[in-house]
Design a protein around this ligand. Structure first.
Ligand SMILES: [Zn+2]
Length: 61
């Protein structure tokens, strides 16, 4: 037999454990170059720029 709980976890204790389980929304800001949503402090995947400078070759706007 595998791991079997000795005592039933109460609803209160179960719910307390799950109090931290909520997912958070991903942080997004509007890209200065193309206006698409992007992660802050990351290169824009749509137009390949960061802070107005093209850093990804091959990705043209
Ligand atoms: Zn962009």
């Amino acid at each position: 037999m595998g791991a079997v709980p000795k005592k039933r976890i109460s609803k209160a204790r179960r719910d307390r454990r799950r109090a931290h389980d909520a997912l958070t929304q991903p942080h997004l800001v509007v890209c200065e170059e193309c206006g698409e949503m992007k992660r802050p402090h990351y290169v824009c995947e749509v137009c390949g720029t960061y802070k107005g400078i093209k850093v990804l070759p091959g990705v043209e706007s």
